[in-house]
Write a protein that binds this ligand. Structure first.
Ligand code: OXD
Ligand code: MN
Length: 639
């Protein structure tokens, strides 16, 4: 138990704990909301330990009800954490502390007994980029430096939540303890949270992932009354897979604090998936129906802010096609008894990047987000609306704009109105094209997996892996321009294998071996690589993207059905001449440039991949993946 050592440390640091036993805690602390009797003994024990460590003034056990939301919204309004957006129904704007705007990968750690259980240990990696390991001793010290008394004078919220439909055999339960009402309200959108989850815990095996979060601002501190309490200098996010446990301190935003998302569904999730023989991936899931009425499901992994939400909610331009959305960020995939790979979206909402979202780029998202939504770090308009870069200008007629920092904004300032990582947090059920099977507890059958990224040069619009091992190699070799979702500077082409680089819960070499082993477990889907972002020499996008990506999905669909519409190339299978349906595409799309494979580019690409594997994965690289690289180099040499 991750917190055990801390209690011992704490008693040395800060005197005896206020109370030790949860029943005593209840008496002394007042459970101001909810009923402690609804908690299982194991949950009570966990809450007890957290109370003992963080010393809150009161405990609130979340039931997930609308009445509870009203209560918390009232509290947040009073503190200035949220403002109502009167133009819409039940929508709110939060502005974070400007130092707390994105995931902090450099402060995110995984603790295992041995370092190589978390990250590849190689002689050349300086520094490693596939995650951060922390020893048990350092983890305990980090907790002991931050958590004792961190909730003094404040309310501790206990959020029971389910990743996946409540009670589904593919779902998993978590308990998030937090001192942030913003986190509670966001978790109620992003997960299935509240009393029904406690009932499942009572009736089921009682297992849950422990998620402790604090913004780190006890009532006596200077930050306590801040509209966005946080402790950015001391932010740290810790995972202990062996104990199914997460501890996060200092940040109140996004993946740092909504612990069901990246911390649980991906980092801890991928370690559970490895143990249990399935996959927890950074992937959207969509259903696509062709003009003949046949439907398949596709999962797609793109790095953060590369258009996953846009693809998941696409409005196809190709006549007769229909896309429906199962999820926009995370897929849990497992073979069923018949050997079919089935996926669920473990989330219940969309935490989408706002800038760039508009009627033109994603009308479905625009029809989803203006009810029951928490917006964070977008700009607001004087008529009670929101605004961000890329949104229709009509929004701005006759209004003044306040930027994400709360200052009056004008375009002439040259500054962005919304933060590039500003978000909408909105219920998935509101999406007009939510798939009818999105909550099917059996999951949806996956026929194809797409990998992709922002590649301005050299990488064609689409190509297909020759087989499963080649597909795993393509996933391992993924690269993309960096985005604003984390603390990186944009425009650098970064390696982001499987779009999981910030989210691996264990050694990437072992992850690759796990992926390779899936072939023995069931019928594996076809794998493709897509790139909507190739540019001409003049710097213009060569492909219109958005709804026209349905043309690429059409080719993928036909390949899944076994149509012989491909030709071999040194990097994989390309659409054969005339196989990509471009009928009715506006303007001239230069297919020659879109599919060109410059030899020097691919020689360089293979070299970069080799250097990356050598430096970052070293001896942990499975032989079949090394073999794929050797074969690619050979094929490229004879181009
Ligand atoms: C996200 C991310 O928030 O990938 O989904 O950063
Ligand atoms: Mn994501």
């Amino acid at each position: 138990m991750l917190l055990k050592g801390v209690q011992l440390l704490r008693s040395g640091l800060a005197g005896p704990p206020k109370c030790y036993n949860f029943r005593l805690v209840c008496r002394a602390l007042s459970v101001q909301y909810g009923d402690a009797k609804t908690l299982t003994p194991a949950v009570r024990d966990y809450v007890d330990k957290c109370v003992n460590l963080c010393q809150p003034e009161r405990v609130h056990i979340c039931d997930g009800s609308p009445a509870e939301s009203k209560l918390l919204q009232g509290l947040m309004l009073k503190q200035g954490t949220i403002l109502p957006l009167l133009k819409y129904e039940n929508c709110w704007l939060a502005r974070t502390n400007p130092a707390d705007v994105a995931r902090v990968e450099s402060k995110t750690f995984i603790s295992t007994e041995r370092k190589e259980q978390t990250v590849p240990v190689t002689p050349n990696a300086t520094p490693g980029t596939l995650g951060n390991w922390i020893s048990e001793t350092d983890l305990q010290a980090a907790i002991a430096e931050r958590f004792p008394g961190c909730m003094k004078g404040r309310t501790m919220y206990v959020i029971p939540f389910s990743m996946g439909p409540v009670g589904s055999p593919l779902s998993k339960i978590g308990i998030e303890i937090t001192d942030s009402p913003y986190v509670v309200e966001s978790m109620k959108i992003m997960t299935r949270a509240g009393a029904p989850v406690l009932q499942v815990l009572q009736q089921g095996d009682g297992q849950f992932v422990k998620c402790l979060h604090s913004v780190g601002t006890p009532a006596s501190g200077v930050q306590a009354q801040a509209s966005w309490p946080c402790d950015p200098e001391r932010t740290i996010i810790l995972h202990k897979p062996a104990e199914n446990e997460i501890v996060s301190y200092g940040s109140g935003y996004g993946g740092n604090s909504l612990l069901g998302k990246k911390c649980f569904a991906l980092r801890i999730g991928s370690t559970i998936a490895k143990r249990e023989g399935w996959l927890a991936e950074h992937m959207l899931i969509l259903g696509i129906t062709n003009p003949q009425g046949k439907k398949i499901y596709v999962a797609a992994a793109f790095p953060s802010a590369c258009g996953k939400t846009n693809l998941a909610m696409m409005t196809p331009t190709l006549p007769g096609y229909k896309v429906e959305c199962v999820g926009d960020d995370i897929a849990w995939m497992k073979f069923d008894a018949q050997g079919v790979l089935r996926a669920i979206n473990p989330e219940n909402g969309f935490f989408g990047v706002a800038p760039g979202t508009s009627r033109a780029t994603n009308p479905i998202a625009m029809d989803t987000i203006f009810r029951n939504t928490v917006f964070t770090n977008v700009a607001s308009t004087s008529d009670g609306g929101v605004y961000w870069e890329g949104m229709e200008e009509a929004q701005l007629a006759n209004v003044t704009v306040t930027d994400w920092l709360g200052k009056l904004w004008s375009r002439e300032s040259g500054k962005p109105a919304a933060h590039p990582n500003s978000r909408f947090c909105t219920p998935a059920a509101q999406c007009p094209i939510i798939d009818p099977a999105w909550e099917d507890s059996a999951g949806v059958p996956i026929s194809a997996i797409l990998f992709g990224g922002r590649r301005p040069a050299g990488v064609p619009l689409v190509y297909e892996a020759r087989d499963w091992a080649h597909g795993v190699f393509i996933g391992a070799s993924m690269r993309s321009e960096a985005t604003a979702a984390a603390e990186h500077k944009a425009k650098v082409i970064m390696h982001d294998p499987f779009a999981m680089r910030p989210f691996f819960g264990y050694n990437f070499g072992d992850y690759l071996a796990h992926w390779l082993s899936m072939e023995k477990r069931g019928q594996v889907p076809k794998i493709f690589h897509v790139n909507w972002f190739r540019k001409s020499d003049e710097g213009k996008f060569l492909w219109p993207g958005f709804g026209d990506n349905s043309r690429v999905l059409d080719w993928i669909f036909r390949r899944v059905q076994g149509e012989n519409c491909f030709e071999e190339s040194p990097i994989g299978r390309l659409p054969s001449q005339g196989a990509l349906n471009v009928a009715g595409l506006p303007g001239n799309v230069d297919l020659k440039q879109l599919f060109e494979l410059p030899k020097e580019f691919w020689q360089q690409e293979a070299k970069e991949i080799e250097q990356y594997f050598d430096a970052q994965v070293g001896g942990h690289l499975p032989r079949p993946v090394a073999q794929q690289l050797a074969e690619l180099k050979k094929r490229v040499a004879s181009m």
